[in-house]
Design a protein around this ligand. Structure first.
Ligand SMILES: NC(=O)c1ccc[n+]([C@@H]2O[C@H](COP(=O)([O-])OP(=O)(O)OC[C@H]3O[C@@H](n4cnc5c(N)ncnc54)[C@H](O)[C@@H]3O)[C@@H](O)[C@H]2O)c1
Length: 301
């Protein structure tokens, strides 16, 4: 029998019915893991749930000789997050890693965005990572090992018509770093992946961007779940095609001080030269993105 990279590990993956989550689930199973396939089976904007999407991936894995079980709950509720983790424990006796991939999009300019466009996007990405991390954390703390993995996006630095998505993805980076700090002494790691891959979610990106397949992202997930990455924590990694990159940790870059309290006039006089601004490449690229959007070019076309 061949030795798998994830032999004997039990991994729960959310959003595993399609796209990147599915590719992660298939690779984990191929590498010998027991897999919980969670997917709410919704449209790209989060509507019309169906259990068939998760069931289909479980059938694919078991048909190939692997071990998998489906959970069709939404990650947006505490009960959903708990059921995903509990199913792993009940079926396979443990939980070694959770991978939070589930996501939806509701794009709109900030000046038009409604509460119905904001809330479900935050609930699916940010709360949907919390519900699963929260359910897994006490078990991993008890067993003194485990891997918490979340999916952010390069859009966490800001995104023109995706304030909801960008804010959720930025929140995920902070959640991941908080989990890394809080779980470090229990041997539990926490990291985020910023992927780019062909899927229904990336089909409408209005510009030329680097692009790869969902299967290109999966090995990075398997590495972070595996025994070789036990001391990798608090990181954000880009994974696209054959490229992996690490993001910096945010920190202050320049400071100035005054005696006592600032006045607005003193700030206006000194700040531009002494502290200034940091360049924001996103704003510099807005014209390029608007032109691409107008031309109808998309990277999946
Ligand atoms: N594709 C890219 O280029 C790209 C870029 C940056 C970030 N991402 C992130 O990667 C992740 C996967 O994206 P994808 O492109 O594979 O998308 P996808 O739409 O193909 O898959 C997302 C899956 O999540 C499921 N889902 C949605 N809401 C859910 C919920 N409440 N509970 C459980 N499952 C739910 C959907 O049914 C779907 O199967 C997302 O978090 C996305 O934001 C993707």
């Amino acid at each position: 029998m061949t030795v798998g990279y994830l032999d004997d590990k039990t991994i729960a993956i959310t959003g595993a019915g399609r796209g990147i989550g599915r590719a992660v689930a298939l690779l984990c199973a191929q590498e010998g893991a027991n897999v919980v396939v969670n997917d709410y089976g919704v449209s790209m904007d989060g509507q019309d749930p169906s259990s068939e999407v998760a069931d289909a991936v479980v059938a694919e894995i078991t048909g190939d000789g692997g071990r998998a079980v489906a959970v069709a709950d939404s990650v947006t509720t505490m009960e959903g997050g708990a059921r995903i983790v509990q199913t792993a424990v009940d079926t396979y006796g443990t939980i070694d890693g959770v991978v939070c991939v589930a996501g939806i999009l509701r794009e709109r300019m900030l000046f038009k965005m409604s509460e119905e466009e904001w809330d479900p996007v935050i609930a699916t990405h940010l709360k949907g990572t919390f519900t699963v991390f929260r359910a897994a954390a006490p078990i991993m703390r008890e067993q003194r090992s485990g891997t918490l993995l979340a999916f952010t996006s390069g859009a966490f630095v800001g995104s023109v018509a995706q304030a909801n998505y960008s804010a959720a993805k930025g929140g995920i980076v902070s959640l991941v770093r908080s989990a890394a700090a809080g779980m470090h002494k229990y041997g539990v790691t926490s990291n985020a992946i910023a992927p780019i891959a062909k899927s229904r979610m990336s089909a409408n990106v209005p510009m030329e961007i680097e692009m790869g397949e969902p299967e290109d992202v999966a090995p990075m997930v398997a590495y972070l779940l595996g025994d070789d990455a036990r001391d990798v924590t608090g990181q954000v990694y880009t994974a696209v095609g054959g490229r992996v990159a690490v993001w910096n940790q945010p920190s202050e870059v320049r400071e100035m001080r005054t005696e006592g309290r600032w006045t607005p006039e003193e700030l206006a006089r000194r700040l531009p030269d002494e502290v200034g601004q940091e360049p924001m490449p996103l704003i510099e690229r807005i014209e390029e993105m608007a032109a691409a959007a107008a031309s109808g070019d998309t990277p999946n076309a």
